[in-house]
Write a protein that binds this ligand. Structure first.
Ligand SMILES: [Zn+2]
Length: 287
C-alpha cells in the first residue's frame, strides 16, 4: 500500500482536481494525506468565519477517506488584480519563499515516508497565483525529498470546450485568449483516472464546502449546479481526473510564465522515481 500526499492551494481544490482519485486511492487501502497551503481566508485569524474553510476541508477529506489533513499555515492570496497586504498574523501563500514553503511540505512528505506527491501543472490549472505557487513549491519539495510527482491538470482542449459552453450559459465570462494557456495540452497528459464510481463521494465532498457553494458570484452558481446534479450526470461531467508527470511540456512557451516570473527558473520537477518507492502510481491509467 502506498502513501499519497495531495498538495493543494485552498480548501475545495482537493475535490475538483483530485477528489475522485483520492477517494479511489483510499477505498483501495492506500494512505491519503491532504496538505493545503492556504486556509482560504483573506483576513486575520480569530475573525468570525476564519476557520470555516479548513473545517469544511476536514469534512470533505473525511468523505473522501483521507487519513490526515495538514495546513502549511498561510493565508489566501486572492485572485483579483490586487495582491493585498498580509493579514497581521500570517503571510499570504504567494509571498512565502519557495524554499520556505517547500521545506514545510517536505516535512510532511518525510514524516509520512510518502510515495507520490500530487501537485499542480505549471499554470496552476487556470492561473490563480496561489495555484501557480503550488506548482513551484511542489516541484521544490520533490527536489528536497526525491518523491515522484504527478501534476493534477486537465486537457487544455477539453477545458476550452467546457469554458465556451459555460460562457454560453453565462457561468464564466473569461475570454478565449485568457484561457489559451490554461491547463495542459492533451498530448502532455500522462495519466487519466476514471473516477465515475466515486462520483457520489466526490459530489458529497464538494457539497461539504458549504461556504463556497452558498457564496455569491458565478463560481458559486456553478458549484450549486454541480452539487444539484443527479449523481450519474455528475459522474459524466466530473468522472475523469488527469495528471501530467515530469511537468509535461508546460515548461516552455506558455504565457503564464511571463505573468509569474520565477516559476520557469524553478524548472521542472525531477523525473526520477525515488529508489525503492512505488514505480507505478497505484491507481492511474495511462492515457
Ligand atoms: Zn484554489
Amino acid at each position: 500500500m502506498a502513501t499519497i500526499v495531495a498538495f493543494h492551494a485552498h480548501p475545495d481544490d482537493e475535490v475538483l482536481a483530485t477528489g475522485g482519485t483520492l477517494a479511489k486511492l483510499a477505498a483501495e487501502g492506500h494512505r491519503v494525506v491532504i496538505v493545503v497551503a492556504s486556509d482560504g481566508w483573506m483576513g486575520a485569524l480569530g475573525e468570525p468565519g476564519s476557520t470555516t474553510r479548513l473545517d469544511e476541508l476536514r469534512a470533505s477529506a473525511a468523505l473522501l477517506g483521507a487519513a490526515r489533513v495538514e495546513h502549511l499555515g498561510y493565508a489566501d492570496s486572492g485572485h483579483g488584480p490586487v495582491l493585498f497586504p498580509d493579514p497581521p498574523d500570517r503571510k499570504r501563500f504567494v509571498r512565502a519563499g519557495v524554499d520556505e514553503a517547500a521545506e514545510r511540505l517536505a516535512e510532511v512528505i518525510r514524516a509520512e515516508n510518502a510515495d507520490v506527491l500530487l501537485s499542480y501543472d505549471a499554470c496552476g490549472g487556470y492561473g490563480h497565483r496561489d495555484h501557480i505557487h503550488v506548482h513551484a513549491v511542489g516541484a521544490r519539495a520533490a527536489e528536497l525529498t526525491g518523491i515522484r510527482v504527478l501534476e493534477a491538470t486537465a486537457p487544455r482542449e477539453y477545458v476550452r470546450l467546457v469554458t465556451s459552453l459555460l460562457r454560453t450559459l453565462r457561468l464564466v465570462v473569461r475570454e478565449d485568449e485568457e484561457t489559451q494557456s490554461w491547463f495542459t495540452p492533451r498530448a502532455d497528459i500522462t495519466h487519466r483516472v476514471n473516477v465515475r464510481r466515486y462520483a457520489r463521494q466526490k459530489q458529497a465532498a464538494l457539497a461539504a464546502h458549504r461556504s463556497v457553494v452558498q457564496g455569491s458570484g458565478r463560481l458559486a452558481r456553478l458549484m450549486r449546479l454541480l452539487v444539484a446534479l443527479p449523481v450519474p450526470v455528475f459522474g459524466l461531467v466530473l468522472g475523469s481526473e488527469w495528471f501530467a508527470e515530469g511537468g509535461g511540456a508546460t515548461a516552455t512557451g506558455i504565457p503564464c510564465f511571463d505573468r509569474v516570473g520565477g516559476a520557469k527558473q524553478r524548472g521542472r520537477p525531477p523525473r526520477r522515481s525515488a529508489g525503492g518507492r512505488a514505480a507505478v502510481p497505484p491507481v492511474s491509467e495511462r492515457g
